[in-house]
Design a protein around this ligand. Structure first.
Ligand code: SF4
Length: 221
């Protein structure tokens, strides 16, 4: 299967329970969810005029709407050139695509896999893929967070700035009908002071975790 790849690069995971793990990020192009605070708006559309060669999406750090059509075999070939053994498939919205073939092949070369999704599209991955759902409620695109995505989640990483965001999260947790072990992480939106204070208070009250996007504090990708 081919995937529209916006960029592939190696860094550390900066968010959620996997914070600090050396990771290869594969960012897929395309997302119709429409979050107003999205920091990857350049990934929203997949336009023919921005299709480029593989070499132009590897180790690029500029925020570009370029993308390359890469097969899972080609992605495996690229991944093997790096040191990290943990692969994070992000976006955009990676669950626009069936990720089963890619995640299965990555497992086959000894890599662990993680996806980061809004939970608004059906999740299709290898069984052992670690699933981070960062649920997006009431966004412009009009998509609903799927119960199946909440049930499949290994962690729910919720961006918050206001009490309303916490109420939204609690409603989503009630929607879940699985007893799978799952961790809730609260992530303050845009490192704002009030959002961070609210996240800390709420994490302590509910025994949830704080996710602080350490890559932004360290000024790395
Ligand atoms: S789901 Fe993610 S990529 Fe899509 S608009 Fe929201 S924050 Fe941006």
């Amino acid at each position: 299967m081919n995937y529209p790849v916006n960029e592939i690069f190696e860094t550390i995971q900066g968010e959620g329970c996997m914070t600090g793990v050396p990771s290869i990020f594969i960012r897929l192009q395309g997302c119709p969810v429409g979050c107003s605070w999205c920091d990857t708006k350049h990934t929203w559309t997949v336009e023919d005029q921005h299709k480029v060669d593989a070499s132009q999406v590897i180790d690029v750090s500029n925020e570009s709407n370029n993308w390359a059509e890469l097969s899972s075999e080609k992605i495996i070939e690229i991944v093997k050139q790096y040191q990290a053994k943990h692969i994070v498939i992000t976006g955009g919205e990676p669950c626009l695509y069936d990720l089963t073939e890619l995640t299965t092949q990555l497992d086959g070369i000894g890599c662990s896999t993680q996806i980061e999704t809004s939970g608004t599209f059906e999740i299709k991955t290898y069984d052992k893929t670690y699933v981070t759902v960062s649920p997006k409620v009431g966004m412009k695109g009009g998509y609903q967070v799927l119960t199946s995505a909440l049930n499949r989640a290994d962690e729910i990483k919720h961006p918050i700035a206001t009490e309303q965001h916490i109420d939204d999260l609690k409603a989503l947790l009630l929607q879940r009908n699985s007893d799978k072990v799952m961790t809730v992480c609260l992530q303050p939106i845009s490192q704002k002071k009030r959002a961070t204070e609210l996240a800390i208070e709420t994490c302590i009250a509910n025994n949830w975790r704080l996710s602080v996007q350490v890559h932004k504090y360290l000024s790395i990708d």
